[in-house]
Design a protein. Structure first.
Length: 161
């Protein structure tokens, strides 16, 4: 009987330890996400074409898609989802593919923890959403539509309409 109680006690302790580790991991990711959401708008001297597009105003929503050459999930799942988003909102969204290992400044600015990571920016270059790991088409479209709605509301307030 005492052997059974010992095993149950160990099982409970392992379960509590697992729950604690998962909770701490989620808190860490949310902490990093808060820094990414507070990132300053992109520097106008950045060489990425995305930021040139922002200055000319060709698309009110920009998606930075962080990946790497050896990321299978990036190429098999994230790229098709981004392509579908671009096709669904052709004049509203621009997508910039970024090789995370060769862009340490951007990965630090947007607190990229893993690839794929997608960062949704408004027309002013402010972060509106960030997705660590694969983000499906529906989730991306919801984030894009939310950013577009905020952009349209800001534009209508600026024109007094």
């Amino acid at each position: 009987m005492s052997d059974l109680l010992l095993r149950i006690g160990i099982l409970v302790l392992v379960g509590l330890l697992t729950i604690g580790i998962v909770w701490c991991g989620r808190r860490y990711v949310e902490w990093r996400r808060s820094f990414a959401l507070a990132a300053l708008p992109a520097n106008p001297v950045d060489s990425l074409t995305l930021f040139a597009q922002q200055r000319t105003g060709t698309a009110p929503v920009h998606i930075l898609a962080f990946s790497s050459d050896d990321c299978r999930q990036c190429h098999q799942f994230q790229e098709p989802a981004l392509r579908r988003v671009s096709e669904a909102r052709p004049h509203s969204v621009s997508v910039e593919e970024i090789d995370a290992p060769s862009s340490p400044e951007l990965t630090e600015r947007y607190q990229v923890l893993t690839v794929p990571t997608t960062v949704i920016l408004d027309a002013a270059g402010r972060v509106q959403a960030i997705n660590y790991g694969f983000a499906n088409t529906q989730r991306l479209l919801e984030q894009v539509d939310s950013t577009l709605a905020a952009h349209l509301a800001t534009a209508s307030m600026a024109t007094g309409a």
